[in-house]
Design a protein around this ligand. Structure first.
Ligand code: KG4
Ligand code: ZN
Length: 330
């Protein structure tokens, strides 16, 4: 089954066509990230405007690739992110998908963005992860620990009380003068630095529950940076120490959740899953099989939405599909 997946929850306009949840036949991504880099963060109105501009050309590009590969532009179903995300951005993808479903008379599957991130782990793999598994969903908007008991059966175990891990990367990169998006910038700087002791806190690391908190960490980093006489000299070391602090808190809680809930594997999901330090430490230290998505499938893309729709194939009439910016995992 060939599913065309559409993802427009934030600043990426992404479309992919995936066969049987595994094989990526077409891949197109337009992003307004460079525009947001100028302001150091995403401006929702501008992101939505760019979605409008990019939506149809991006679908067309994916269909061109499909035709080149398969000799036909035909596919079986449409999947679209219906939340959570920025309402203006979500609406563009959702209304486009509804129109396509109506005009082309094809089934439409709405997909939760977070579920999409989890299914990035299923693309282009040979062995499926054993159930139940714990997944750490870490993105610009979310830090959640979720027990996946079966396809579509999720138990939320814990999450952030304030900022998401990706948001912390973005804000701290800004404090360090490293640009936007912060995750890749901090990772690059950290590669040239040494992890030294700057007394960076590990918020809630031993709180006994599965909650996270990153806003205090951001404040601590702002204080640390403003007290630096030679930031130029220490910047890479500070980036490395900050990255280490975030990774450590994420891993301690993930390992604890995996043990407590009898998980058979640990999966990493979301944009921050692209972080090589997080991936390496997880792979080295976990007592269970570890699954991580290919780097290109970690940040927002259409393939993860198509894969999620394949494994949770529940089409609904297009007239009932609605963008929901505050959608929960259920
Ligand atoms: O999943 P995503 O593409 O969009 C959301 O759903 O939020 O995640 C974007 C987030 C940004 O905060 C970005 O800084 C972070 O993922 N990110 C990273 C890396 N690549 C992207 N964080 C740490 N290390 C990375 N290599
Ligand atoms: Zn995302």
């Amino acid at each position: 089954m060939k599913i065309l997946g559409i993802e427009t929850s934030c600043d990426e306009t992404a479309v992919a066509i995936v066969e049987d949840g595994q094989k990526v036949l077409a891949w197109a991504v337009a992003t307004s990230v460079e525009m947001h880099a100028k302001t150091g963060g995403i401006i929702p109105d501008q992101a939505a405007r760019e979605q409008v501009r990019a939506m149809v050309p991006t679908i067309n590009e994916a269909l061109n690739q499909l035709e080149e590969k398969e000799g036909s532009r035909d596919f079986d179903a449409i999947a679209v992110t219906h939340g959570p995300g920025l309402i203006g951005s979500l609406l563009i993808g959702v209304e486009t998908a509804k129109t396509m479903s109506w005009v082309l008379n094809k089934p439409l599957v709405p997909v939760n963005h977070l579920v999409g991130h989890v299914y990035a782990n299923y693309i282009a793999i040979t062995k499926l992860p054993p159930l139940p598994y714990i997944t750490l969903i870490v993105s610009g908007g979310h830090t959640d620990l979720v027990l996946v008991k079966d396809h579509g059966v999720y138990e939320w175990v814990g999450g952030t009380r304030d900022d998401a891990a990706g948001e912390a990367f973005d804000k701290v990169a800004r404090i360090l003068g490293l640009g936007f998006p912060g995750g890749p910038a901090i990772q690059r700087a950290a590669k040239h630095g040494q992890i030294r002791d700057f007394s960076i806190p590990r918020p809630l690391m031993h709180s006994g529950d599965f909650d996270f908190s990153f806003s205090g960490l951001k404040t601590a980093m702002a204080r640390l940076v403003s007290g630096q006489e030679d930031l130029e000299k220490n910047r890479n070391d500070i980036a490395a120490a900050f990255q280490e602090a975030v990774v450590e808190v994420l891993l301690v809680k993930t390992f604890k959740a995996a043990q407590q809930f009898g998980a058979k594997a640990i999966l990493l999901s979301g944009g921050v899953a692209a972080n090589t330090h997080l991936r390496e430490r997880l792979q080295n230290e976990a007592q269970l099989p570890v699954f991580v998505p290919g780097i290109k499938y970690c940040t927002d893309n259409g393939a993860m939405i198509a894969a999620a729709a394949y494994y949770n194939y529940t089409p609904i009439p297009f007239s009932e599909v609605q963008a929901n910016p505050g959608l929960f995992l259920d």
